[in-house]
Design a protein around this ligand. Structure first.
Ligand SMILES: Cc1ncc(COP(=O)(O)O)c(C=O)c1O
Length: 391
């Protein structure tokens, strides 16, 4: 078979943007109110409704949101937070930002999500929070996780950076755990450049996170500078600068309005990939969904069967780049990053499932702005490489 070569580079994770976002941003720029104000309030209200949560707080990244969530739950020095090693480093970094210790529990080999049985093994008297990640958009086993949390009186913070559209057993992700955090980074299903949203059903957590997200002030800037009245404000605690701007929210409002429509397009791309790759024995494919759950289909990842190939994952990704196909790795397990190895003494083989997946995973382009031809270019390149490098 002739080597397929795409003419232009297919960018991985290019955001989908319409005229509505551009017009809204221009409107915000002209309004003179660029900070956190009415557009962010509108976005928060719409997002809370979408996530079926009582409260939503716009933040300038999911990392900031995760940090605020742990602070609101009182996580501090001496506490332990159980999370998955198969995630982006920021999920674990924020635990350290609170002075607490990240404790990893291995993932399930099928779903690639944290395994509740492993969580249970890691609980100690210091455990305060379970922090599951809905990897690639697949909901974790939330019934099992919530039941463990209730039995041991622990909080649950969900990292839903990939999972805006996800539903678990008819419950929307964003409405289940104590606090849930979404990311609006450029490559995400809802993108605002940088940004995120935190949802909760607790008034107490919502209020404390809002105050902590803006310097610890009792009034936000929009209220302070309102034309209608003047209000004195006070720092009630030394907070952070984690608020979402109205410029970002202007994009987010329209991204959110289009989120379900884009999901349907990505589902079609997903099915095209699944259909094409079932006949490629060198690849492992994502597991089927469990009943009554909805995968957000943020990332479509294949696992390379390295035992059947003469090429490493990294070289496979390099070869794809040479064929003009961008791809990604989500993720190299956190415990094997330099800082975590050196600080906590983590070594290979400690979390065998996360490592197995981390060594083999390749995320392929899945954006709603991709056309069928783009997906077929990816299929041709991946299939050709698998054939060329098979043992
Ligand atoms: C699983 C996961 N959690 C958290 C984050 C952090 O998101 P943000 O870039 O919005 O801080 C990411 C970012 O890609 C992620 O993939």
């Amino acid at each position: 078979m002739k080597k397929p070569q795409r003419k232009s580079f297919l960018v991985f994770g290019k955001p989908y943007i319409g005229h509505e976002e551009i017009a809204e941003v221009v409107d915000t720029l002209k309004s003179g109110w660029w900070g956190t104000g009415p557009k962010t309030e509108e976005f928060e209200t719409a997002f809370a409704h979408y996530a079926k949560a009582k409260y939503a707080l716009g933040v300038n990244s999911a990392t900031a949101g995760l940090h605020l969530a742990l602070i609101a739950l009182g996580v501090g020095k001496g506490d332990e937070v159980i999370t998955t090693p198969l995630t982006f480093v920021s999920t674990a970094n924020v635990i350290l930002h609170c002075g607490a210790t990240p404790v990893f529990a291995d993932v399930d080999r099928e779903t690639w999500n944290i395994d509740p049985k492993e969580i249970e093994k890691k609980i100690t008297s210091k455990t305060k929070v379970i922090l599951p990640v809905h990897l690639h958009g697949r909901p974790c086993d939330m019934d099992a996780i919530m039941s463990i949390a209730r039995r041991h009186k622990l909080f649950v913070v969900e990292d839903a950076a990939h999972a805006a559209e996800a539903v678990y057993k008819r419950k929307k992700i964003g409405s289940i755990g104590d606090i849930t955090v979404f990311s609006f980074y450029v490559t995400k299903n809802i993108a605002t450049g940088e940004g995120g949203m935190v949802t909760t059903n607790s008034k107490k957590f919502a209020e404390s996170m809002r105050i902590m997200s803006l310097h610890g002030l009792s009034q936000d800037a929009y209220k302070r500078y309102s034309v209608r009245y003047y209000r004195h404000y006070e720092a009630v605690t030394p907070g952070y600068k984690y608020n979402l701007t109205d410029i970002a929210s202007s994009i987010g409002i329209h991204q959110l309005a289009r989120v379900e429509k884009n999901w349907v397009i990505r589902k079609q791309h997903w099915e095209t990939y699944m259909h094409a790759f079932t006949s490629v024995p060198e690849l492992m494919l994502p597991a089927a969904e469990s009943p009554n759950t909805k995968h957000a289909r943020h990332l479509f990842a294949i696992l390379l069967r390295l035992e059947k190939l003469r090429i490493s994952r990294d070289d496979f990704v390099d070869q794809l780049i040479k064929m003009n196909i961008g791809s990604g790795v989500h993720f190299s397990p956190v415990h094997l990053h330099e800082y975590y190895r050196k600080t906590f003494g983590f070594k290979k083989n400690m979390f065998p499932h996360a490592e197995f997946i981390g060594e083999r995973t390749v995320s392929l382009p899945l954006g709603a702005n991709l056309r069928e031809k783009d997906i077929h270019d990816v299929i041709a390149a991946v299939s050709w490489l698998a054939g060329e490098w098979k043992k």
